[in-house]
Design a protein around this ligand. Structure first.
Ligand code: NCD
Length: 318
């Protein structure tokens, strides 16, 4: 699902659906604009750029960080925000996605943030949205999670600005991870050549090498010399069959422990999109330890989402 839908004829961002095919210039523009909003942004939290605009958070899947940071981002730009509890809405009575979209559009919504378990749901919305209504993908199935990739790139750039020199390992359940796919596309766009996917065989998506990554089935060689480790959650809710003998075995072979961390570069960055499975892909101590930037990722989520909304709805740069 490479995308022309998300870029307008004028070359500006119209929707944000995927990192695939997002031009480097737009990716950098988002990161640069987010700098202005990070750390409280110029000493003032509020930027009334979206005053009078309405944002609907439409989450069909569970979320803590993404939903909350989208809400905070919209509020800091002074938009009106509605959070739709999908389990309590009419979709549970059988209303289709399209009917939900059209009903909400009739209430003069300017931007939808959508998370859905079906890959392609955000594209579907974007294809059917009225002109002027923007769609932001907050995660569609296993496909894409573009704002997560942007906040990951923002976090990496603050510590290690030269992407062309980076060695990045993405470790764990890549098979079910929209974050892995979006991160890989974003890293490639920014010039990273050494990207590794490190996972047991059943958790590596077929054909992932075609995205320009190297696959490792053992942790130690996969982590050799890396600058950044992006850990992924074991997504049990998406596992239909038995993918792994046990989580204990996964931890033994692929879990990031203090001992393993001590063997990595002293300035390595440890990342995780959250939520973490403590004691599975990462030890609690490591998750909040010295090399971890996991909470920075959360904080940057607000700034990056503000930047995306401002670029799509706010017209001029803030
Ligand atoms: C991720 C997601 O939902 O794709 N979480 C997030 O948005 N922070 C990863 C996950 O659920 O494991």
């Amino acid at each position: 699902m490479s995308d022309t839908l998300q870029i307008g004829r004028d070359g500006r961002l119209r929707h944000l659906l995927t990192m695939e095919g997002l031009p480097r210039r737009l990716l950098l523009e988002i990161l640069d604009q987010a700098e202005g909003y990070a750390d409280g942004g110029h000493g003032d939290k509020k930027h009334p750029l979206l005053h009078g605009k309405t944002v609907v958070n439409l989450f069909f899947e569970a979320s803590t960080r993404t939903r909350t940071t989208f809400e905070l981002a919209a509020k800091r730009l002074a938009a009106d925000v509605v959070n739709l509890q999908v389990s309590a809405s009419s979709t549970s009575k059988g209303e289709t996605l399209l009917d939900t979209l059209k009903t909400l559009e009739a209430m003069q919504v300017d931007l939808f943030v959508i998370r859905h378990e079906a890959s392609g749901a955000a594209h579907f919305f974007a294809q059917h949205a009225a002109p002027g209504v923007a769609i932001l993908n907050a995660g569609d199935g296993r496909h894409a999670h573009p704002t997560q990739a942007l906040l990951d790139m923002f976090t990496i750039r603050r510590h290690k600005p030269d992407f062309s020199k980076l060695r990045v390992a993405i470790v764990g359940d890549a098979l079910h991870s929209r974050v892995a796919r979006s991160d890989i596309h974003a890293l490639r766009t920014l010039g990273t050549r050494d990207i590794r996917v490190v996972a047991p065989r059943p958790l590596v998506p077929t054909g992932i090498e075609q995205l320009g990554v190297k696959v490792f089935h053992q942790l130690e060689p996969g982590l050799d010399g890396v600058d950044v480790v992006i850990l992924l959650r074991l997504q049990k809710e998406r596992m239909l069959g038995a993918f792994l003998p046990s989580t204990a075995e996964f931890h033994r072979d692929f879990g990031l422990t203090r001992e393993r961390l001590a063997r990595l570069k002293p300035d390595v960055l440890i990342m995780h999109p959250g939520p973490i499975n403590r004691g599975v892909e990462i030890e609690g101590d490591v998750a909040y330890g010295e090399r971890s930037v996991i909470l920075e990722q959360v904080a940057h989520g607000v700034a990056v989402r503000m930047a995306v909304m401002a670029m799509i709805l706010g017209g001029e740069a803030a």
